[in-house]
Design a binder for this molecule. Sequence first.
Ligand code: GLC
Length: 663
Amino acid sequence: MKILYVSSEAVPFCKTGGLADVAGSLPPALAEQGAEVAVVLPLYERVRDRFGSQMKFECYDYVNLAWRHSYCGLFSMEKDGVTWYFLDNEQYFNRGTLYGQADDGERFAFFSRAVVRMLDHFKFWPEVVHCNDWQSALVPIYLKDDGVREDRYRSIKTVLTIHNVEYQGRYNPYVLGELFGLDTGWVKDGTLLMDGDVNLLKGAVLCADAVNAVSPTYANELKMPYFAHRMEGIMRQCSDKLSGVLNGIDMKLYDPRTDNRIVKNFSAEDMTGKDACKAELRRMVGLREEAHTPIVAMVSRLVSHKGLDLICEVLHDMMELPMQMVVLGTGDQRYEEFFHWAAQQYPGRMAVRMDYNEDLSMAIYAGADLFLMPSKSEPCGLSQMIAMRYGTVPIVRETGGLKDTVQPCESWRDAGNGFSFTNYSSGDMLHVIREAVYLYKDYPDVFGRLRQRAMSCDFSWARSAREYLRIYATITGQAWPIPSDTRRAAEMSPEEAAPFAEVAPAEEAAPVEEAVPVVEAAPAEEAAPVEETVPVVEAAPVEEAAPVEEAVPVVEAAPAEEAAPVEEAVPVVEAAPVEEAVPAEEAVPVVEAAPAEEAAPAGKAAAEAAEEIVPAVETVPAPAEEKPAKKGRKAVSKSTSKAAKSEKKAAKKTSAKKGTAGK
Ligand code: GLC
């Protein structure tokens, strides 16, 4: 399987957040599983400075975007079984920072357009292009746009991963032609329009063959207004192709047995080194020596959605407990001021460092006893997994990836790997912190076993990579692992092999008429695992499993038999935790509502009508018998929108960018 992974940052080349960790680890893990993988990144100044000498210049070409005709150089590097490509254009990328510039929209439109333009120059023509967040959200859109004219672009399937839905790439619709080189049809049919803005993430969600969030719970949360930043209607509409794949961590880099960044190594079997790490941490940050007293730690950006308001509310109650606290991070001034003040109130018991400090963060992971993450929302979160690896037991709010990685401790039966609370409430948080602190103090054996369970969790990328390969296999109609790779398949344990069991080899793919009604159509033995593990599947009305053409207005080009695997995957259903999925499904009659394109009448009032789509999607369930009629309407509107797209407007209005969008 040939995968092109597109990201705006990746470790070790450039990093502003968790996306870089994922983009640095997932591609090698995919390669490890036998996929052919290339990654493409912008050649930022800092990347050129640090890695330029190790790169090979491949070639250059020119990228046409609206009226611009820009140079694009292609550099490459082989590393960890992956080819890393870097797209060079000094005007756009030779800058000190990655994001936050006034022309970010133009910069990442160039990047996305260049990815598609340079496909001819990569080492393979990809079967799957995997994009991430708004910065590469235009890639699936450009592939659809080019696919109208050239078949070969239609052969490529696309995946979009949402790491944080807050950043969507929103622009004034007037810039569509000027900045993104797209026809007004894309706004008129509603694909790119949301709340009066061009919204790149929305467009990519509609255009991609599969969409995933970075944890199963976050995938489910994306269908709820509280978490989705206005995208909930679109996410519900596309729920048939939405799934959640939990990120991993680099288990070799974060290994307390071998890590030379910590003062003494230790393991779940021999924890004596952890005591030395705790003593060292106390020394580093100025906490006093106090026997049988746990250190509660936070390593976090100091911003609201990390749940800091809860701590502000009950800090004094927390500090009444027999515990010490250490906080590391930078962020909003009000939180920095609060923690600065708090440290002065509790000298020797509370230490605060306003810093981004890799060494200190490792000393904290290794030396602390409890790790606090009371986030309001957390798409995945990596820190809790790193903390667990170092025997620092997490206390989290049950949201996103925190919920998926931390199972609450039930000491009476030695189960769970941390502590958690459900409601965003300081009282609930305090209650759980108290429980954790006293378990540490009064029942050291029980706490020790809890710590061991946390340390032995499997957060390896291999597990995530297998889930992504399964998504790729589903949208391309390929079997995975490929039948010829019997060696690899034979090496798998039954648990490892399980996820692949349901993927039918391409030649066995069900005919379209059978495949469309999804679960019911699948032969009993194929459907069984899904139905058994996740009863939600059965609860979903048939109409919700919308055929691809309905969920994705721009998919006209997809041949019918290609649609089948997407239907079969129903990835979100597998990902959704049962207890949450059920109310969500019940509350929202999802896909019956007209998709964007269907709702948008061609003609004068098209744009306004298209804007009304989102509320319509959320609220208007259409009876099943309307479906054929809708399909008829859709055919008309499709051809109209196609015509509109091909009719290039000569005069483009001058750009009027709306904010800097994105990050
Ligand atoms: C974003 C999310 C974070 C996630 C990371 C990697 O930074 O906020 O929760 O772990 O992306 O996917």
